[in-house]
Write a protein that binds this ligand. Structure first.
Ligand code: PEP
Ligand code: MG
Length: 593
């Protein structure tokens, strides 16, 4: 019998395989609403109507938040709904809507839509993934108020068993209301890896594919779906053979996941006794327990710029201190590497209004460059970090160092801050270690000089690759050139590691390359001391490390450095892997090189 299956490709946001029936959630924006001019005498009444809708929305989100908090696994993500609650209480936002009603004499729906458009336009000017996903918060909140104003139903829907949710986008509130027993997976039109849908799906360990663009408008309700959250593939109306094939894949995936998770908390020691420290990357302090549960032996990168986003004031020293202390206390006896902010350029922050739109933000006033210009902002963060170091084990890391002078100035400011703290009798770890990210080729090339000045390096491959091969990491047209195995990248990594080891300092890696277990043999062979990655990848990286022979990796990687292309490297590695049957199996289950 002929079968009309359809293949859709999106972003694999949460690993796993699900086979189930599509349930469509209509969470698209409400575009049809009344636009009415009102007489002046009705202004107060209209404002009251808006206030009531905001109040109902607040109650609904609060209830959703409580529900989320009841579910242990995703408890830590209730902060996302806290953001929605804050927005509903934000006088600047609600005040703008009321002003529009008053000044333009229009109904609440219309005024709300204008206010939301103003916010969305300001978000759109910014290319950053993270800020884009925060724009989704605005849209969820706006949609909720609009539904309350127009009387359209907001919440409850019946979910049958074996459901795969198909939605344009999914709010955390929607997710909280879903029955975990029944929902096997998520599929959405929009969203990226850092979207909230992706965060929640990973937390719940529910397979998800996002960024499918047209899923919600082309999949019929009730259609049978196969969702492959490992590759980002969705098959609509699969054949019986495909279903059978994916049932097997799902089974072996689950068995494999369970098996490697059992050992997640054990150290990663190679067959010949070499230990590599596997750590976690952190964006929000709330994620720290999940990262530790997945076996992180410390935090290799705490991206502190997230403290600056989603707010309309500059974080105070107390805000910094409170966040870092929470994390440091949870992670000690392991270490937490706190990276000073990597803000500016495309990670735009509105309160710092003096940041101009730059023509080439990736190469602009970013990270340490911004901090050295805005010394007071930098000092307040450094005070927060140093104070937190009193409560456990912490290190400081400067991002985007391009040369000696920058590092020297950053260290000088750090010394000034330490001096001030001593004078004020405020405790901090006098032996706190200071390191830098190696993510600009100039820093890698003078890593022998820089290694004399710091206690550790951490290689940021996301930027190192972008700058070394001259490709914008956000530009889909040059995406094919984004190549971790490019011989130039491998040589930069090797040169940096050797320079560091010559000075007796350790080198970690915290870019995405560190979390792809397929690269683990190469990275170990190049001599990396630690790998830091997202929670879910930690058990995988440890698993591979335990199956390889460190000395063999060293021998292999010596050859890689002479190869001409990434494909030659890949082919060579594939052949090597094939001669090691166990490793071959594991890598195949993990992902393709
Ligand atoms: C990197 O560049 O590899 C890195 C870890 O930093 P970010 O992704 O935050 O730029
Ligand atoms: Mg970087």
């Amino acid at each position: 019998m002929k079968n009309n299956f359809r293949l859709l490709n999106g972003i694999p946001a949460s690993a796993g395989i699900a086979i189930g029936k599509a349930v469509l959630l209509d969470r698209r924006k409400i575009d049809k609403f009344p636009r009415i001019r009102i007489p002046e005498r009705l202004v107060e009444e209209e404002i009251r109507r808006f206030e009531n809708a905001v109040e109902s929305s607040y109650d609904q989100v609060k209830k959703a938040k409580e529900k989320l908090e009841e579910q242990d696994v995703i408890k830590e993500h209730s902060f996302i709904l806290e953001t929605h609650l804050m927005m509903l209480k934000d006088p600047v936002f609600t005040g703008r809507v009321k002003d529009l009603i008053k000044m333009q004499l229009i109904n609440a729906e219309w005024a709300l839509k204008i206010a939301l458009m103003e916010i969305e336009e300001s978000f759109e000017r910014i290319g950053d993934e993270y800020i884009k996903s925060r724009a989704a918060d605005t849209s969820f909140v706006g949609d909720r108020i609009l539904r309350n104003l127009t009387g359209k139903e907001v919440g409850h829907f019946h979910i049958p068993e074996n459901t795969i949710i198909v939605a344009h986008d999914l709010s955390p509130a929607d997710t909280a209301m879903l029955n975990k027993e029944r929902v096997l997976g998520f599929v959405t039109d929009i969203g990226g890896l850092t979207s909230h849908t992706a965060i929640i799906a990973r937390s719940l360990e529910i397979p998800a594919v996002v960024g499918l663009e047209t899923a919600s408008s082309t999949i019929s309700p009730g259609a049978l779906l196969i969702l492959d959250g490992i590759t980002g593939t969705v098959i609509v109306n699969p054949s019986e053979n495909q279903v059978e094939d994916y049932r097997h894949r799902a089974e072996s995936y689950l068995t494999f996941e369970l098996k490697i998770k059992e050992k997640a908390k054990e150290p990663a020691v190679t067959l010949d006794g070499h230990h590599v420290n596997v750590e976690g990357n952190l964006e929000f302090k709330e994620e720290v327990h999940s990262v530790l549960d997945h076996g992180a032996e410390g935090i290799g990168l705490y991206r502190t710029e997230f403290i600056y986003l989603n707010r309309d004031d500059i974080p105070s020293e107390e805000d910094h201190f409170e966040a870092y202390r929470t994390v440091v206390e949870a992670v000690t006896p392991y270490n937490t590497i706190i990276r000073t902010l990597d803000l500016g350029g495309d990670k735009f922050y509105s309160v710092m209004g003096n940041l101009q739109q730059e023509l080439n933000p990736a190469m602009g006033l970013r990270a340490i460059r911004f901090c050295l210009k805005e010394v007071n902002i930098f000092k307040s963060q450094l005070r927060g970090i140093l104070r937190a170091s009193y409560y456990g084990k912490a290190s400081i890391m400067f991002p985007m160092i391009s040369g000696f002078e920058e590092l020297d100035r950053a260290k000088e400011i750090l010394e000034e801050v330490k001096h001030e703290l001593r004078q004020q009798d405020i405790g901090f770890d006098e032996n706190i270690k200071v390191g830098i990210m190696i993510e600009i080729p100039s820093a890698a090339i003078i890593s022998d000089i820089l290694a004399k000045e710091v206690d550790f390096f951490s290689i940021g491959t996301n930027d190192l690759i972008q700058y070394a091969i001259a490709i914008d990491r956000r530009n889909e047209y040059v995406d094919y050139l984004y190549e971790p195995l490019h011989p130039a990248v491998l040589r930069l990594i090797k040169y940096t590691i050797d320079a560091a080891h010559k000075e007796g300092i350790p080198v970690g890696m915290c870019g995405e390359m560190a979390g792809r277990s397929i690269y683990t043999p190469i990275l170990l062979g190049l001599g990396i001391d630690s790998l830091s990655t997202n929670a879910l990848a930690i058990p995988h990286v440890k698993n591979i490390a335990r199956r390889i022979n460190f000395q063999r990796c060293r021998e292999i990687t010596r050859h890689l450095l002479d190869m001409r292309t990434a494909n030659e490297v890949r082919e060579f590695m594939n052949n090597e892997v094939k001669s090691s049957p166990e490793l071959c199996n594991v890598l195949e289950t993990d992902q393709d090189l």
